[in-house]
Structure formats: C-alpha cells, structure tokens
Ligand binder design. Structure first.
Ligand code: ZN
Length: 278
C-alpha cells in the first residue's frame, strides 16, 4: 500500500526501489527495443488518432481515407485529406522526449519499432527506426509496383510515373498487414533485447503487441511510459505514468548517468586487457 511519504518521492508513480531496479536494468542491458505509438508524437502537436485531440481519425473519414475501397472510390477527397495532414506532419519537430531517446544510441544498441507514420525519430537522429505502419513521406501506386519518396505532401497528387495510376501513401490501412520482412526484423530485435520501453501506446494492436510479448517471453524487462494504465501490458515490470515529453528526458539522464558511473568503476587496464585478449 502506498503511504503519502513514499508517494512524495515516487518517480512518475514508481516507488524509489522500483525506479532503482529500472536503472539497474538499463545498466545490464546492451540492446533496447523502443515500441512507440501516437502518444510519443502527441507532444509534437500531432493528434493521437483515437485519443483526445482533434479526432481526425474518426467516423466516416476513416473509411474514406484509410481503406483501399474508400480511397479508390474517391481518390480526390482522400488525396487532399492526406496533403492537409502531410502539412502538419511536415511542420512537426521532435521534442525533448525524442532527443532523449536519441541520446540512448551512444551507449545502447537501440531499435525503434514505431506505429507512427511521422519521421520525428529520424529527425531527432535515431539510428534504427522500423515503421510498422509505414511512413507518410513514402508513396506507392494503387496499380503497379512503383514506389517513391514524397519530398513534399503535394507529391501525392500527380499520377504514377510508371503506369499513370493513382498514387497512395505507403502507410498500412485498415484491413492491410504490415510488411512481413519488417515484422520479422522487429521480432528478432525484440527477442534479443534486454529492455523494452513501450511509449505512448496501450500496445493493443497486433502484430505490434506481439512484438512486445516476444521480448517479454525472451526475458526482457518491460517498462511502460504512458499517462494512463495499460491493461494489455499488465505483465510489464515498470509503468511510469506521464507523457513522453515529461518522462523521457529525466529517465534518459538518470540511465546515462548510471551507465557512465558503471564505466568509471571499471579498472583502468580493463579496456587495454579486452583489446589484448582479442
Ligand atoms: Zn503505377
């Protein structure tokens, strides 16, 4: 049971002993998998499609822009909708939480598996990002195998240069499955990770939820960073209640400080010895 005194020193709802164990897990880990959703981008002003906010991903619009049938029936409506959304995505900038995640690259082998179609993790400089649901700035053709990059949102408008067909954004719509090779890569990295950070998503959608479960079964420590309790992640070892923007800078700072302190504890000849025995 929580007492007022422990609650006062708790870090985002986590008791001090639990927080120390989380930092221990960072120290012991070599590979980290970060599974992120809309909550990570929300602090950059992008809407969480099904949470609070501008509710753009609701009602009839979903059918018209995020299903193959809807898009093909009225491409003009869908294309203009995506160009408007693309303007927001194009203008969005990474926040302190994205930069904190990038800082982890210096000490850990980090794989990002994200449901987000924006490229804010790349903009922050994160080295390895797998887009489970595609990227808003990549395009495909409805008819043929053509695919390309959109330098600006309006690049969705012209016909396919290969067959003259209708272009579409290369994002995973309702009724479609993520790229199988990409899911396999994410599963492999999840199985190898010692620590998983689940950020800004209840991890209810499959196959994304299965990627976190794979890491858990393989023995990884699971840490959830989300303002609300995630029932689907009841098996997580830690839950930090807060937004990515609020939690990540402090968490990354503490984890890096602990890691650097561990590094200083290693005898001076250790590095030389490690080279010599190679
Ligand atoms: Zn084509």
């Amino acid at each position: 049971m929580k007492t007022p005194s422990t609650a006062a020193t708790a870090t985002f709802g986590l008791e001090p002993a639990g927080y120390r164990k989380l930092l221990d897990q960072f120290t012991q880990a070599r590979r980290i998998l970060v599974y992120s959703g809309a909550g990570l981008s929300a602090d950059s002003g992008l809407p969480t499609y099904r949470g609070a906010g501008r509710h753009l991903w609701t009602g009839d619009t979903v059918r018209r822009v995020a299903t193959l049938e809807g898009y093909a029936r009225d491409p003009a409506f869908a294309v203009e909708w995506y160009i408007e959304q693309g303007g927001w995505l194009h203008a969005a900038r990474p926040h302190e939480g994205h930069r904190a995640l990038q800082a982890l690259d210096a000490f850990w082998q980090v794989t990002h598996v994200t449901q987000n179609v924006d490229v804010l993790l790349e903009a922050a400089g994160c080295a390895k990002v797998l887009h489970l649901h595609g990227r808003y700035d990549e395009l495909r053709c409805l008819n043929c195998d053509w695919h390309g990059r959109a330098a600006r949102p309006e690049d969705l408008r012209p016909p396919c240069p290969n067959c003259g067909g209708q272009r579409r954004p290369s994002i995973v719509w309702l009724g479609e499955m993520p790229d199988a090779a990409l899911v396999a890569q994410a599963e492999a990295d999840a199985a190898a990770a010692e620590l998983v950070l689940v950020i800004g998503t209840p991890a209810e959608m499959y196959p994304g939820a299965a990627i976190v479960e794979t890491a858990h079964r393989a023995g990884a420590g699971i840490c959830v960073i989300n303002p609300e309790w995630c029932e689907n992640l009841h098996y997580a070892h830690w839950q930090l209640f807060g937004t990515a923007h609020a939690v990540l800078p402090g968490l990354a700072r503490d984890a890096l400080a602990r890691r650097q302190a561990e590094g200083r504890a290693v005898p001076w000849y250790w590095r030389w010895l490690a080279e010599w025995v190679r």
